[in-house]
Design a protein around this ligand. Structure first.
Ligand code: ADP
Length: 492
């Protein structure tokens, strides 16, 4: 056997990637699917379109001339998390469009349940928020008495995107999800490792809807030959951030990775212990393998690469995102400028949804290079804010930050991050760490790779950024500490 096929079911596109034994990418196919915005703050996908684009991507990879499907050992799946699909068990037809993780329509359901917030937090590690699947399931069931009735009769199935794709790939034979996806639903008890009856009752969700929950790395079924033209074991499942954590081989407690995309997603392995956060970070399941459950702390920054988009699209001081690096290098430091990137409030650890952004410290000498530099520093500072708090929550000090995502191509940003954290920042060779993590889970389950040591031997870094003793670092940090409070609501 030569390959593992990773299915990467993202928020905007469906991808299939083939990896060889060295973790090298051998084939890739990608198809975008439409996003639907039926009302302000609502975001939907058509679950059949997710499936059709995913199937097309998989078939395209399988059709690669140099690759025989008999050489594929297994399939691993990673997916956009929390997005909620309910379908008919007999016909396989979704009863409603998928409600996407970004969708805020259930905020008022969360408000109504607010007195139970600590129950949800203690059992699931999650903040009672519209982001997660639980209230989205409730919303679909409440949207139509007929749907509710069919659910009560046991005719319907709920799943996140992983469940839905496995159901389709196995032609309706397997209805399952893994612990990482279950841990994002708001109805899964991450300590008992089971669906939680009290939470199901609070949300009025019948247990008959739910998939069985499996580990992240075990054989759950086979693709149906009628669907793919070939029978392949499915043996790895993990939500995207957790798959990336494993793909970055953050396998020891304290290991941490940060993804720099539109926002930043930071996730820290806390070992076999679920750590509660003092800063409203989420406690979540990192993965489960060989009977062991690893937990993680997760924090996100809403605006990261989006700040660079703002420089490009609104301020128009660059034409393309990568130009920001050269612009920032036209100056030797930020010239006293701090960019507070609160373009949509400020998340952890400030948690002020009403904060707005600011560029402070402008003088007659300020150039656009200073603003570009301050923007890069802002991305690194917001990530630092989160990582420092996570370290405190986990009481674990890390030595290396593993990074991925589109903005990590920016060497200056990576160096600023290393300097501000005074930690090594390591960028891997592959940019596809999420898909690689899913492949790792699938490959370990079928013996394609023997163990984590073998994975370590094939994992390649592209570049390590060593922290430098930069005289500006202290100034950047002290200006940040002084200026951030000025945008918080309490200070006008
Ligand atoms: P997403 O998965 O959230 O769409 P990507 O991982 O594709 O994000 O990264 C794209 C983001 O990274 C964009 O917000 C873009 O502004 C930013 N970006 C891309 N290249 C650079 C760069 N060289 N420097 C800084 N930001 C960048």
């Amino acid at each position: 056997m030569k390959y593992i096929l990773a299915i990467d079911a993202g928020t905007t596109s469906s991808r299939a990637i083939l990896f060889d034994k060295n973790g090298q990418q051998k084939a890739i196919a990608q198809h975008e699917f439409p996003q639907y915005f039926p009302q302000e703050s609502w975001v939907e996908h058509n679950a059949n379109e997710i499936w059709e684009t995913q199937l097309k991507a998989v078939k395209k990879v399988l059709a690669t001339k140099t690759i025989a499907s008999t050489e594929i050992a297994a399939i691993g799946i990673t997916n956009q998390r929390e997005t909620t699909i309910i379908w008919d068990r007999k016909t396989g037809e979704p009863v409603h469009n998928a409600i996407v993780w970004q969708d805020r329509r259930t905020a008022s359901i969360c408000d109504d349940l607010s007195k139970h917030a600590s129950t949800f937090l203690n059992k699931t590690g999650l903040i009672l928020d519209a982001y997660f699947s639980g209230t989205k399931i409730k919303w679909i069931l409440d949207s139509d008495p007929n749907i509710r009735q069919r659910a009560e009769a046991g005719d319907l199935a709920f799943g996140t995107v992983d469940s839905w794709l496995i159901w389709k790939l196995t032609n309706g034979k397997v209805h399952t999800t893994d612990v990482t996806n279950a841990s994002r639903t708001l109805i899964y008890n991450i300590h008992d490792l089971s669906w939680d009856q009290e939470l199901l009752s609070l949300l009025n969700i019948p247990a008959s809807l739910l998939p069985t929950v499996v580990s992240s790395s075990e054989k759950v079924g086979e693709t149906d030959a009628d669907v793919l033209g070939v029978t392949l074991p499915i043996s790895g499942i993990a939500g995207d951030q957790q798959a990336a954590l494993f793909g970055q081989l953050c396998i020891e407690p304290g290991d941490v990775k940060n993804t720099y995309g539109t926002g930043c997603f930071c996730i820290m392995n806390t070992g076999e212990k679920a750590v509660a956060s003092n800063n409203k970070m989420l406690t979540t399941i990192g993965w489960q393998r060989n009977g062991k459950t690893f937990y993680a702390l997760e924090g996100s920054v809403f605006i990261a690469g989006a700040l660079i988009q703002w420089l490009r699209d609104q301020l128009k001081i660059i034409k393309a995102a990568p130009e920001v690096e050269a612009l920032a290098k036209t100056v030797k430091d930020n010239g006293g400028v701090t960019f507070i990137p609160a373009l949509s409030g400020l998340g952890a650890p400030y948690w002020d949804p009403e904060a707005t952004g600011a560029i402070m410290g402008i003088t007659r000498g300020t150039e656009k290079g200073h603003i570009a530099r301050a923007a890069l520093e802002a991305i690194a500072l917001r990530s630092r804010d989160i990582i420092i708090e996570m370290q405190k929550d986990a009481r674990a000090e890390f030595s290396t930050l593993k990074v991925d995502g589109g903005a990590t191509g920016n060497d200056l940003l990576m160096q600023i991050q290393a300097d501000l954290l005074q930690k090594e920042v390591v960028r891997p060779n592959t940019t596809e760490t999420t898909a690689l993590g899913a492949a790792f889970f699938a490959g370990l389950a079928v013996g394609f790779w023997k163990d984590e040591d073998e994975l370590k031997s094939i994992w390649e870094e592209d570049k390590t950024f060593q922290p430098k003793d930069n005289p500006n670092t202290e100034r950047i940090l002290s200006l940040w500490a002084k200026r951030i409070p000025k945008v918080l609501k309490d200070n006008g």
